[in-house]
Design a protein around this ligand. Structure first.
Ligand SMILES: [Zn+2]
Length: 426
């Protein structure tokens, strides 16, 4: 995923102190380096760790709680009430560990999150050795961790100051959406992000209803409205952007806004189809995201790649839009650009952090193999990921998680299942 899209046969990667120090053929690397630890990746593919640009990781505990509804009904009848009754700091920790384990298994090394008690998400993510852009949610009604906007802003500032120099965690502000946060509060969030030089994660133009409501209330469509109030810049990460016209896409490009495209979540909630082929033509920094497990229902980036490539073909009637290579790029280097982290991650290049996945490439469903991108995007499954390295640390070796206890995670998640069912029947 370097600028030349170089693929090295019989390649090797040398890693030192969390960084990639050399990339070349196995014989070149073996001549130059004597390694303390060697991982044999023969007959496998070494790829950049996948970048999940949008999720709500603790919502893993709501996986399958209610399906087959549109966003408004799903959110207001099921998700917001279930959250009000169940979300505590412990819930967030258990859900985060469940999501982290699932993501590591699937080769995801960086994720962008937006939830409550984000400090607990950060602690669990850091312990598990995973990289995250983690945004504390700010929304104009009382939520599990903060009851007022003042409390939420104070929490977010403290959270950002605590984590801003961490090697893995990029702390961020996460106003929920233009339809759940007032202009005044969005402006205050933008000012705080300027003061702290912090990223801002927000849902934008996810549904037609949002476009209609925002247009009615503010006289402009969501992207145009956010641009008009001066909210958008090159630290913003906008999730969805399903509804944006050509002019709005130009605005996003000019301001350097990152976009998170969530094809499966948008399909499941019947939100619509984001103009991704147009975004790619304009070279926008657009990455792929799973969204929360409650609207997907997994955190599998391999499915997002496959779905993104196919959804835009059927929607446009043109099989040439979003090819396999472009889909893989959105899950890696373009996703890194969407999170404004392209200098650190997203490709296997000297000087970047060592975020790497080693993928089995010889299972039945991958045989025979002609083209590496075709095989990765259209045939490979999350379960083909064998080994995962993040910031130079091996977090999964030969499918064994080294930083998380899978049995313990399942036990605590199932205990929450019983609790959640009881809470909803009351
Ligand atoms: Zn979301």
């Amino acid at each position: 995923m370097n600028t030349e899209k170089r693929v090295i046969e019989n390649g090797a990667v040398a890693v030192q102190k969390g960084k990639i120090v050399a990339v070349g053929t196995a014989s070149e690397i073996a001549r130059k380096f004597l390694a303390g630890q060697t991982i044999n990746a023969q007959n496998k593919v070494i790829v950049p760790g996948l970048v999940n640009t949008h999720t709500h990781i603790p919502m893993s505990l709501f996986r399958g709680i209610s399906d087959d509804l549109d966003l408004q009904e799903w959110l207001t009848k099921y998700i917001f009430p279930a959250e009000a009754k169940n979300v505590t700091e412990d819930f967030v920790r258990v859900g985060t560990k469940l999501g982290l384990a699932e993501m590591i298994r699937g080769g995801t090394t960086t994720f962008c999150d937006m939830y409550y008690f984000e400090d607990a998400v950060a602690e669990e993510t850091s312990k598990a050795g995973v990289r995250g852009v983690l945004g504390e949610t700010i929304i104009d009604f009382p939520v599990p961790d903060n009851k007022t906007n003042g409390e939420a802003m104070a929490y977010a500032e403290k959270f950002i100051n605590k984590w801003k120099n961490d090697a893995l965690i990029v702390p961020a502000l996460a106003p929920h959406a233009p339809y759940t946060v007032s202009t005044e509060h969005l402006n205050a969030i933008r000012r705080l992000s300027d003061k702290l030089n912090a990223a801002v994660v927000i849902h934008v133009a996810e549904t037609q209803k949002e476009v209609a409501d925002i247009s009615k209330q503010y006289g402009s469509r969501p992207v145009a409205y956010l641009s008009k109030i001066g909210f958008l810049n090159n630290r913003t990460i906008a999730a969805h952007v399903v509804f944006a016209d050509d002019e709005e896409l130009n605005v996003l490009k000019k301001l350097g806004v990152g976009v998170a495209h969530n094809p499966q979540s948008n399909m499941k909630l019947a939100s619509g189809v984001a103009p991704v082929p147009q975004m790619l033509l304009k070279d926008l920094p657009v990455g792929l995201g799973t969204d929360g497990a409650a609207s997907n229902n997994d955190l599998n980036m391999w499915e997002e790649m496959d779905t993104a490539a196919k959804l835009h073909k059927v929607f446009s009637g043109d099989p040439k839009v979003v090819n396999a290579e472009q889909a893989f790029e959105m899950a890696t280097i373009r996703g890194a650009r969407a999170l404004h982290l392209e200098k650190l991650i997203g490709s296997i290049e000297t000087g970047k952090r060592a975020d790497i996945a080693i993928v089995d490439f010889d299972d039945l469903h991958q045989t025979p193999y002609y083209n590496v991108y075709s095989s990765l995007v259209y045939a490979t499954k999350a379960s083909d990921v064998r080994t995962v390295v993040i910031n130079g640390r091996v977090v999964m070796l030969d499918r064994r998680l080294l930083t998380l206890d899978e049995n313990d995670i399942k036990k605590s998640a199932n205990a929450y299942r019983r609790k959640i069912i009881t809470s909803l029947s009351k």
